[in-house]
Design a protein around this ligand. Structure first.
Ligand code: FPP
Length: 257
């Protein structure tokens, strides 16, 4: 079956659609600078991209969308930028509440959420609760998030279980450690997109990226819309994912099915 992303020509097969897409939304500051506007304006227009990409992902049938909205390191940015970003997050949670619920989206967050101000955590908590049983798509906001921090916290939780006698060291294999991560309930990450032309991971989903396909696109996040998502999905659809096997092994596997 072919899926339409935009009203234009972009189509893709359902079979090659990633189940889980992660996005490093980069380039808000550069967009603002290029337009002679304050940095927060870049983030504000970036929030419009978040709305469009969330809608498009839901319409396409992507099961999980994870957005890197605020890193553990972003706390070190100028105070007015941090406050502005927190305000944008609050606005998003409030303004998009009914759209999220009407479209069967489950909203969740990963990261050190307790560091966020109450004016964000309160609407976040409420929307997480009321959307918890939705099955249309999971939208995960990575907030005060770091991939290394996330793995360290998983290790702490495993150690606590070990200390309580519920886990033996030899039981802590990849699957078991992965089960302590906040992304454990999501499908495996298939595709990571980073906007703005930078080619870095910046501490995002380090564990989950193990077999993800990476797409770097030279478009600043405030300008990234569904047609750009379509381009990234087309690139993904053209990739051969081998998971450590050879092409020949994959071919015989497909024939055997
Ligand atoms: C990186 O661009 C972007 C961020 C640090 C924040 C992303 C936030 C949003 C898109 C808006 C709010 C989010 C939601 C979910 C409503 P940058 O500022 O590092 O850009 P630069 O590298 O060009 O300076």
């Amino acid at each position: 079956m072919l899926l339409r992303v935009t009203d234009g020509d972009s189509k893709m097969s359902e079979a090659t659609l990633p189940r889980h897409v992660g996005i490093i939304m980069d380039g808000n500051g550069r967009w603002a600078e290029a337009h002679g506007r304050p940095r927060i304006e870049g983030h504000r227009v970036g929030a419009e991209s978040v709305r469009d990409i969330t809608r498009a992902s839901r319409q396409l049938g992507i099961e999980a969308l994870t957005l890197y909205a605020f890193s553990s390191q972003n706390w070190q940015r100028p105070a007015d930028e941090v406050t502005g970003l927190m305000q944008l997050l609050r606005d998003f949670l409030i303004d998009e509440r009914s759209e999220i619920l009407d479209n069967g989206i489950r909203l969740q967050a990963i990261g050190d959420i307790d560091r966020l101000p109450a004016f964000v955590t309160e609407p976040l908590r409420e929307l997480r609760e009321v959307s918890a049983h939705n099955t249309g798509m999971t939208l995960t906001l990575a907030l005060s998030y770091g991939g290394r921090e996330s793995i360290a916290r998983a290790a702490q939780a495993a150690l606590r279980d070990a200390a309580a006698g519920a886990l033996r060291p030899e039981e802590l294999d990849v699957e078991r450690l992965g089960s302590y991560l906040p992304t454990a309930s999501l499908p495996p990450l298939d595709l990571l997109i980073r906007t703005s032309g930078e080619q870095r991971i910046s501490n995002f989903m380090l564990w989950e990226l193990a077999y993800a396909e990476l797409v770097f696109i030279d478009v600043l996040w405030p300008e990234f819309r569904r047609e750009h998502l379509a381009r990234c999905l087309e690139q993904y659809a053209g990739r051969e994912r081998r998971f450590g096997l050879t092409s020949a092994q994959l071919d015989s596997d497909i024939e055997a099915r």
